[in-house]
Design a protein around this ligand. Sequence first.
Ligand code: 2DT
Length: 233
Amino acid sequence: SPAPSAARGAFIVLEGMDRAGKTTQASLLRAKLAAQSSRPVELIKFPDRTTAIGTMIDAYLRSATDLDDRAIHLLFSANRWECAARIEAALAAGTTLVCDRYAFSGIAFSAAKPSLADAFEWCATPDTGLPAPDVTIFLDLSPETAAERGGYGRERYEREEVQRAVRAVFARIGGQQEADLPDAPDAMLGRARNWRVVDAGHSVEEVAAAVWANVHEAGLADGTQAPLGRLWA
Ligand code: 2DT
């Protein structure tokens, strides 16, 4: 098979609401990318619950332990930092990465908490300097449609009022909601927020087609020549 034409693998992040089908779409996207070129494609996900930090995060999400809102926020970020070198090495070696959740979930789920509602900038800061996604595709879903799909699971954040608050922060991150707030995310998050919205309230096939269209339009179907960015430059 021909040698990959671009210098490095692409870093593609999928973000989304619970019940949006993110995990299904991540594996469909991996298959599609693998069929398009000889470039290796790997799936990764955050939180990575397999590490020591991930074990603490898992206990928190299952409500087996309680942690201060800022402490758990920093653990989620640390969980990305402990994987950052591996992400960079994989991309440099030519592997395209499809990543299920990343720093945007970190901001959205923390800033959705009353204790951190006015701390958007604080929430973004620990991820400063992490490898930046080449594109982030946000699978949007209303709580109403999530309910039609059978409702939420049993983990800590899987409640309708939490999901509504999280969705509002994602909308701020994506610039879908004008922020007349002092710490406007567009200024802070910079170009690292290369954000595409896909309406996940359609069939698996329709959503997969929309996800693929975004990857293709972003020029990421077979890696990229662009230098790897850093959050939040
Ligand atoms: P899943 O394992 O089902 O994706 O749920 N979260 C995730 C945070 O609060 N901060 C983060 O930085 C990340 C990556 C989202 C994981 C839950 O943890 C939340 C849902």
